[in-house]
Structure formats: structure tokens, C-alpha cells
Design a protein around this ligand. Sequence first.
Ligand SMILES: Cc1cc2nc3c(=O)[nH]c(=O)nc-3n(C[C@H](O)[C@H](O)[C@H](O)COP(=O)(O)O)c2cc1C
Length: 330
Amino acid sequence: MIASNMNTQAQHPDFLFMVEHAVKAPSGHNTQPWLFRINESSIDILPNYERALPVVDFDNRELFISLGCALENLCISAWEKGYNSEVKIADTGVINVCLSRSDSVPCSPLFRQIPLRQTNRSIYNGVEIPEKDMAELGKTISGGNIRVYFHKRGSRDFEIIRAYIEEGNRIQMRDEAFKEELKKWMRFNKKHSEQTNDGLSYLVFGAPNLPKCISKSIISQAVNERRQVKSDNKKIASASHLVLFTTQHDNITEWIDLGRKLQSFLLKASKLKIAHSYFNQANEIRELSVKMAESLGLKEEYPSILLRIGYGKTMPYSKRRDINKVILQK
Ligand SMILES: Cc1cc2nc3c(=O)[nH]c(=O)nc-3n(C[C@H](O)[C@H](O)[C@H](O)COP(=O)(O)O)c2cc1C
């Protein structure tokens, strides 16, 4: 059962603050596939399989990466309120965050970036990110089983990855089930977007606010192989670097860990005014991701998230559901 407004208001205000920041995390197709349970001294984050993407994310890898992003936001905002957090992950992927007040919690410089971070699908300006900022970004991923690789525009590996993204686009755009699932999460105008507060808004595609039947037809026609390949190649060519995140095992714990590190990376990028967007096509089609790993000389690693980074103008922000809809009543 989902919490009623009154119940939620009556709950711990600091914990509500943490959930409010957790839901600002990114998620595939902006499905926001999470639920929260507020306990006496902990918060549980649970997968919401009703919001899974069975076609593009058949094993829920991206779903758990999204949960990891939400977890990182939650832990950063816990510090902001003076709590330490201890995280436990059950085999089912339910995350328990035990929260204890402390006088000696660090203050995260990334907290302020939580509402500012955004996926930016615009054409970037082609300017290269300075080495010192790349080094700062690299520091956010240290230790554990998550690795990150940077490929500068013009390098051999940049071109290898671009070609795999193109192949991934071609496969996905010929797959009717993929396109149907994508369209299900498209929000075609302002009213449609405000009805659900989720999904991929017309604004992020740069479409105008037109009556739904018109805009649905325009946006749906734009979802085709030729246009997707052309538009993505242009976007990739405007980037400074491609960034590949890998795990060493294909399991829930590492997916959640990757999500935490990805979010920390994205918040740091946002602080450095570096824009990002995803090109996950080649990771989503497993045969392609295996081939791509081989071409890049990666052994026993699973390519899981692929980003481009660079500099672009701020875009409209995507919507989030009200937290009352994602907090479970005990
Ligand atoms: C695991 C994961 C995979 C994603 N894959 C893609 C992708 O392949 N293409 C894309 O355009 N956006 C992708 N996104 C970005 C989401 O669509 C975006 O986070 C969501 O629409 C919310 O927007 P925001 O990040 O600006 O808050 C992905 C996000 C996550 C967390």
C-alpha cells in the first residue's frame, strides 16, 4: 500500500528529505523504478517491478543501477541532515539504509548538485575537457569491482565504441518490441507529462508543446533507424569523451554499486559544469557488449553504462512523481 498524504507528513521529516533527494536520481526511460519504506531508524529502497523495462532491460540490470543512483543521493542527503548511513543489500536487491545521528558526519560538496544534475541530450560544443577535470572525475571511481574508462574524441577506441553504438541503434530501431516499450514511456505534451510525472518528456526531445495526437505522430515518426543513427552520430561527434563503466560480475550487488559510483561521477561532472548523456545501446544488446569488450581489450568485465561527456547548454528538467506515490505504508 502507498502512503497517504497525511501519513507521509507525519513521518520523520529528515527521512522524507532524504527520499525527496533520492528520487531525483536518473533511471532508464525515467520510469523511477523504486519504492521506499521508512522505518524507525532506517529506510528501505525496494525495486518496483511494475516499472521495469522487460525489453530493453530484460535482466533488470539498469533498474538496479538506477536504484544505486537513488541510494547514493539518499546517503549524501543523510549526511546533510547529520546522519551516518550503513548500507545492506539483500539477495532480492532490497536495500536497507540504517541511519544514525552523529556529530562527525562529513559534509558532501556534491549535495547541492543533486537537483542540478540532468541528462543532457543536446548537441555539445565540441570543447575538450581539461586533463585536471578528467582526473577529478576519475577519482570518483576508486576501488571495488567497478571500473571506468575514458576515451577522447579522435582516439581509436572512441571510434570503436561509436561504431558499436551505431550498430546497437540499428538493431533496436528494427525491433518493434523495443520501439513499443520506448513509446509507452514517451510523454507527448505538457498535459501528458504532468499527468504522470515520469517518462521521457517531449521537452527532452526538443519537441514543441502541441496537441497530443499531433506531437505523438511527429515524435513516433522520428523514432526510426535512419534518424536515430544520424542524430546520435552528430551528438557523439560533439562530445569531448566517451565514458564506459564496467562491472566484474553481472549481479545485483555490483549493479547497485555501479549506480552509486555513477551517481557520484555525475554529481561531480555537474559541479564541473560538464554535461552528460547515455548511449547504452551496445550494452543493452548482450552479444554486442561482449564483442565491444573484446574489441576494447577488456577481459572478464561487463560493459554496463556508456556516457558521452562534454559541454552543453542546460536543458529542461525531467519530472518526478510525488514522493507520496513511492513511499510504502508499513
Ligand atoms: C541505468 C540508466 C540507463 C539509461 N540509459 C539511457 C539511454 O540509453 N539513453 C538515454 O537517452 N538516456 C538513458 N538514461 C537516462 C534517463 O532517460 C534519464 O535519467 C531520465 O530520463 C531522467 O532524466 P534526468 O537524468 O535528466 O533526471 C539512462 C539512465 C539510467 C540510470
